[in-house]
Design a binder for this molecule. Structure first.
Ligand SMILES: Nc1ncnc2c1ncn2[C@@H]1O[C@H](COP(=O)(O)OP(=O)(O)OP(=O)(O)O)[C@@H](O)[C@H]1O
Length: 589
């Protein structure tokens, strides 16, 4: 990463955090003030004690009021500075964290699901969390130590130049060595093992997540040992990389200590002759001898801070690259004119996933007029879920979809999704209470509204049996509820959304006959007064919910027919292409 690129990243980061600049600046000021006061306290105390001792030995009079007052002042400033430093810098850090996380979430939300589909979700989110923490650390772990060290170096150089100019020249070289050359070397040398360590951490996160989610399969197929070996191999690689980084850090710290000792020896070598020649007083020499190690102590975190800066800039690069990814769907700037109906019309629809060799939807044509009830049947892979993704404005497509006569591209994605309620094949339930999961459909819903939706979704008995009722915790992805209960929760959620168009994706797939029958009643309630698109492999009993059937194959509608015609054929699975197509019923050209 070159200097221009690095400064560009830093500039962008600080521009992003501009709203917090006052808190950040206040934190820097108190941190610098506290550090300077601490070092000055040591130096002035050394000077004062020596002067007092010499005055006591020689019997000379000495003004001890001024230095004693100064020492008290410095002690107060140091103590207050440290207290305020913790208070203000940590408050500023938390503000930065909140700002960065909110900003990143705002950037990521429009990328889902199309642009995030290729990324491993756990790895992505844990990596992003680590990256955001690293960005926030630029302030606490890089900016503050660097600025404090700079202030200390300038202050120390000024004092030393006043007393021993030659020592000042040498000190400048030692400061350069410990604050610039040495950290630059450790940073450069640490880049390769640093990247290796980050890559290993990402891989370990993915493996740990896969192992936890798929632990039943690992046990069933006796693959636990193999999985553990993969984890062990990557852990070994990571340990090797960490060892290199630790060694570099140790060399960095030792280097700073060495330069500190060199500075002290230099001070004695130049100071003692000056003392002898009476051009330097003994208290001044003691002050310098105490000042230099204390100053170097403030520089000691610099190799680590520089290394942290390098790692943080890499994180910034990754975060900005993700945040700059254009969303798959561009949202229109203005709201569409109010639509008079909720007719859906699809013409020559084509959709292809990134890197996919063929079209998932290829010339699909379909109408769902307001109030119509249509089943979309077809074999696995025919493109049914892809049609759903296009309708919900999750993926870009070619061709045209209109809602209420207005092209979908003129609708805001959220407005489309407010008009189309979907009960997915495997609805996602959040690791939250039943109430919170239901309120996703209507954030302001009262408990009374929730109970009405629960009753309509035939969930009443289930909820009544829960000791904590609506406050029952559902668990990660609804792990504490059965498949049938999860679908009925999703149905209640869709009812609360109260959208005019309803899409059900395989609502009874994988359920036993009793659960499917209960669910059927919920679905009938849900479909009341709405347009209905039922996506399924097999129609079965669900045929009572719809009037027409569209058969989908290879990404397009192969035929359209009435339910009676479909059933007369005795079809339970997707039928072969018939000779006569009742396309008119579906307005399929
Ligand atoms: N995210 C994706 N990336 C690449 N290809 C995909 C993706 N999702 C689906 N496909 C492919 O697109 C085609 C249509 O898939 P789709 O999921 O729409 O079919 P489906 O009819 O809903 O299948 P099923 O009934 O099994 O759910 C398939 O060939 C599938 O492999």
């Amino acid at each position: 990463m070159n200097l221009n690129h690095s400064s560009g990243l830093l500039h962008r980061l600080f521009a992003l955090l501009r709203s917090e600049r006052r808190a950040m600046l206040a934190g820097v000021l108190v941190a610098v003030l506290g550090t300077l006061a601490g070092i000055a306290l040591i130096a002035v105390s050394g000077h004062f004690i020596t002067a007092m001792a010499l005055a006591g030995a020689s019997g000379a009079a000495i003004n001890y009021y001024t230095p004693a007052a100064l020492i008290r002042l410095l002690a107060i400033v140091r103590t207050l500075g440290r207290y305020l430093d913790r208070l203000i810098t940590h408050d500023a850090t938390l503000r930065l964290l909140a700002r960065l996380r909110g900003w990143l979430f705002g950037k990521l939300a429009p990328l889902a699901p199309a642009r995030l589909a290729a990324l491993h979700s756990t790895a992505l989110f844990s990596r992003l969390r680590a990256d955001i923490d690293a960005l926030e650390h630029i302030y606490l772990g890089v900016a503050i130590p660097l600025l404090s060290a700079l202030a200390v170096m300038l202050g120390t150089l000024t004092v030393v130049l006043v007393y021993l100019p030659w020592l000042g020249a040498g000190l400048l070289v030692l400061f350069m060595a410990s604050a610039w050359w040495l950290p630059a070397w450790t940073w450069r040398s640490g880049q390769a093992p640093g990247s290796e360590s980050v890559a290993c951490t990402d891989m370990l996160r993915e493996l740990a997540d896969d192992g936890l989610r798929g632990r039943a399969e690992l046990v069933l197929f006796g693959a636990e040992a193999m999985h553990a070996e993969r984890i062990a191999a990557i852990t070994t690689k990571q340990q090797a990389a960490r060892r290199k980084l630790d060694t570099l850090q140790a060399i960095g710290s030792a280097g700073v200590m060495l330069t500190a000792q060199c500075a002290l020896i230099g001070a004695l070598l130049l100071g003692l002759p000056a003392l002898h020649a009476a051009t330097l007083a003994a208290p001044d020499l003691v002050m310098l001898a105490l000042l230099l190690p204390a100053a170097f102590e403030s520089i000691a975190p610099l190799p680590d801070a520089w290394a942290q800066l390098g790692a943080s800039l890499l994180c910034a690069q990754r975060v900005f690259a993700l945040a700059d990814t254009p969303p798959a769907i561009e949202e229109p700037i203005s709201a569409p004119p109010p639509a008079s109906s909720t007719d859906l019309a699809i013409r020559q629809l084509r959709l292809r996933y990134d890197d996919a060799p063929s079209w998932a939807l290829d010339g699909l044509e379909l109408d769902l007029p307001q109030g119509a009830r249509l089943a979309l049947v077809g074999p696995s892979g025919a493109g049914k879920s892809s049609l759903l993704a296009a309708l919900l404005r999750f993926y870009p497509y070619q061709g045209s979809i209109t809602l209420g006569g207005i092209p979908l591209e003129q609708w805001q994605g959220d407005d489309v999704r407010a008009r189309i309620a979907v009960v997915e094949q495997q609805p996602y339930l959040f690791d939250a209470s039943l109430r919170e999961n239901l309120r996703l459909g209507c954030p302001d819903a009262s408990d009374e509204m929730l109970h009405t939706a629960i009753a309509q979704a035939c969930l009443h008995d289930y909820v009544a049996s829960l000791p904590h009722g609506l406050d029952t915790w559902i668990g990660e992805n609804g792990i504490r509820v059965s498949g049938g209960e999860a679908r009925r929760i999703a149905i209640a959620r869709a009812l609360l959304l109260d959208a005019p168009i309803l899409i059900l994706d395989e609502p009874t797939e994988g359920l036993d006959a009793v659960t499917a029958s209960t669910l059927y009643e919920s679905l009938a309630a849900l479909a009341q007064g709405r347009s209905l698109l039922l996506i399924t492999h097999r129609l079965g009993k669900l045929s009572a919910l719809v009037n027409e059937v569209a058969v989908m194959r290879d990404g397009s509608i192969a035929e359209g027919l009435s339910v009676a015609a479909y059933q007369a054929r005795g079809a339970t699975a997707a039928p072969a292409m018939p000779a006569a197509l009742d396309r008119q019923a579906l307005n399929v050209p």
